[in-house]
Design a protein around this ligand. Structure first.
Ligand SMILES: [Zn+2]
Ligand SMILES: [Zn+2]
Length: 295
């Protein structure tokens, strides 16, 4: 998906009554870092793979990072993480002096540990690592997730050249294994559902009456919530696992506008608040063993 216009699209959210300008500004600064580091020279190397190997793994529901030998530069990840901490400091999301000191002390071993933890969805490891930093676990999780975005997007851009995702039938991302951040019901395919990964900025097709988190297919337990604000938006919920997916129904939008998931995900913060109030949660994937190594 094209992201070059995403910064402009995010800027259009300033002044919306349901969002604070400081939140938009924080998101734009984080987005700038993803854009800056994505596709960096000598950042990510993937050993060329045979197409049939990719397709066989995809048919078995194994995401790319779990079978492809990938090497990532720790120097580039470290620079990226350092810039994210600067954004945290400039937006007063953490204690300025202590985080500035911590930023100077970060070594490659720490970067390797947080990257391994975030790539394998090892939340216990993030929790433990946060104890050696001035950041609490949710802040370290956010900073590390943002650091991982350019890495995963670079992997996804490379993978799209040789892999097709038509046989991918899972509710998690075929590249990184993350659970969907957003979904769309397409206008062109009569309501076919596509899921979107916020890490890889990648979308893939998925069945409509099927929970991407627990596999529930009982339509009595799969509902959606709507609000008075923006009738094209809804929250698809599963009453088995209490997971939810923010969804945009393109059939309710005039014209042929292409959905910009990066903008919609930020613009729809109010849906996350509603879902949370009603007891629905964003799910985290199960532990995933990856083939990522570092240099
Ligand atoms: Zn992904
Ligand atoms: Zn479910």
């Amino acid at each position: 998906m094209e992201t070059s216009n995403s910064k402009k699209e995010l800027s259009l959210l300033y002044g919306k009554k349901e969002l604070s300008d400081s939140y938009i500004s924080f998101q734009i600064d984080l987005f700038d870092i993803t854009t800056k580091f994505r596709n960096s020279k000598d950042f990510v190397f993937i050993k060329p793979l045979r197409k049939d190997l990719i397709q066989n793994n995809f048919k078995s529901g194994i995401p790319l990072v779990a079978f492809a030998p990938i090497t990532v530069s720790l120097d580039i990840l470290k620079k990226c993480f350092s810039e994210i901490l600067s954004v945290f400091i400039s937006h007063n999301t953490c204690s300025k002096d202590t985080v500035a000191r911590f930023k100077k002390e970060i070594d490659k071993g720490f970067i390797q540990d947080i990257t391994s933890a975030i790539s394998s969805y090892n939340l216990d490891a993030i929790q433990t690592l946060s104890k050696s930093t001035p950041l609490d676990a949710p802040s370290l999780h956010l900073a590390t997730s943002e650091m991982a975005k350019p890495m995963f997007q670079t992997i996804a851009i490379g993978a799209k050249k040789s892999a097709s995702f038509e046989n991918w039938a899972e509710g998690f991302c075929p590249i990184c294994g993350d659970l969907p951040g957003f979904a769309r019901l397409s206008k062109e395919d009569e309501g076919k559902r596509y899921l979107w990964c916020k890490k890889c900025n990648l979308e893939w097709g998925f069945r409509r009456i099927h929970c991407p988190y627990c596999g529930n297919t009982d339509h009595n337990k799969l509902k959606f919530l709507t609000t008075n604000h923006r009738e094209e938006l809804r929250i698809d919920v599963c009453n088995d696992c209490n997971g939810y997916t923010k969804t945009i129904d393109e059939r309710k939008i005039e014209g042929e506008e292409t959905i910009n998931f990066i903008r919609e995900n930020v613009a729809s913060l109010f849906l996350d608040i509603i879902a949370d109030e009603k007891g629905y949660k964003i799910k985290s994937p199960d532990f995933l063993q990856t083939k990522i190594t570092f240099q």
